[in-house]
Design a protein around this ligand. Structure first.
Ligand code: FES
Length: 248
């Protein structure tokens, strides 16, 4: 199929960017969205033009590195799908597709579609470590965890840190990301020892990294490729309030 692409080009963080028009032919419906961009880049290389830079790594929906805004939606039109797992069969011959980077004050554009997500890393770093015994894995029944709790923790742990929640939020809030990380550990006995300190430092770092406040629009939950629930934000707020009461 033939497609008309309007892609954000920006040389570096301080340069002024603009949408640039491209036409691409012979796109197979079986290609992933990133493979379609690879095909476009091959044609740019042949013309000795600068390639379009974009983030990616696993291309299996696991690492959270990919992520662009496609026709106004973070990761494109499909629910629970990362950009790398989106296939061109979701588009029609002759379509015009707008492709832009995730935009947020805390995610500066490095070049074209590449953004700096190190603000997320700083939040994780602020959370520190969890206390766990060394040595062999303990006998499973020595730390009873209910099925429901284990599942809820695992659901939160599924967050891949792609930043779609921030990109889609009108406040550029990172509450879903931080909520998922807080919930994942707060539910498990292994994460309880440092729970108060962790939630306080992570939320403080989220605020100082330049993310906006959550106003419960729920847009993050809709665009999250891992289906993280906004209940994790409620859990984060509850943990934060509890930690404030017992803050020394
Ligand atoms: S490239 Fe790893 S999630 Fe898309």
């Amino acid at each position: 199929m033939k497609l008309y692409l309007k892609i954000w080009r920006q040389l570096n963080a301080s340069a002024k960017g603009e949408m640039v028009n491209y036409e691409i032919d012979r796109v197979s419906e079986h290609m992933s969205f990133l493979e379609m961009l690879d095909l476009l880049n091959e044609s740019l290389i042949q013309k000795k033009e600068r390639v379009i830079e974009f983030d990616h790594d696993c291309r299996e929906g696991i690492c959270g590195q990919c992520g662009v805004v496609i026709n106004g939606r973070a990761h494109g039109p499909l629910k629970n799908t990362t950009t790398c797992q989106l296939h061109m069969r979701s588009f029609k011959d002759g379509d015009t597709i707008y492709i832009e980077p995730f935009r947020a004050k805390a995610f500066p554009v490095l070049r074209d579609l590449k953004i700096d997500r190190s603000a997320f890393d700083s939040i994780i770093e602020a959370g520190g470590f969890i206390g766990a015994s060394t040595g062999q894995a303990p006998e499973a029944n020595s730390i009873p965890i209910s099925y429901e709790t284990a599942e809820a923790s695992f659901d939160a742990a599924a967050c891949i840190g792609c930043g779609a929640c921030v990109a889609t939020c009108k406040n550029a809030s990172a509450a879903l990301f931080v909520g998922a990380k807080i919930t994942h550990l707060a539910l498990l006995p292994q994460g309880k020892i440092e729970a108060s300190k962790r939630v306080l430092t992570m939320v403080d770092q989220m605020d100082s990294a330049g993310f906006g406040n959550c106003s419960n629009t729920g847009a993050c939950e809709i665009e999250c490729p891992q289906g993280i629930s906004i209940l994790s934000i409620a859990k984060m707020n509850a943990e934060y309030s509890k930690a404030l009461i017992f803050r020394k």
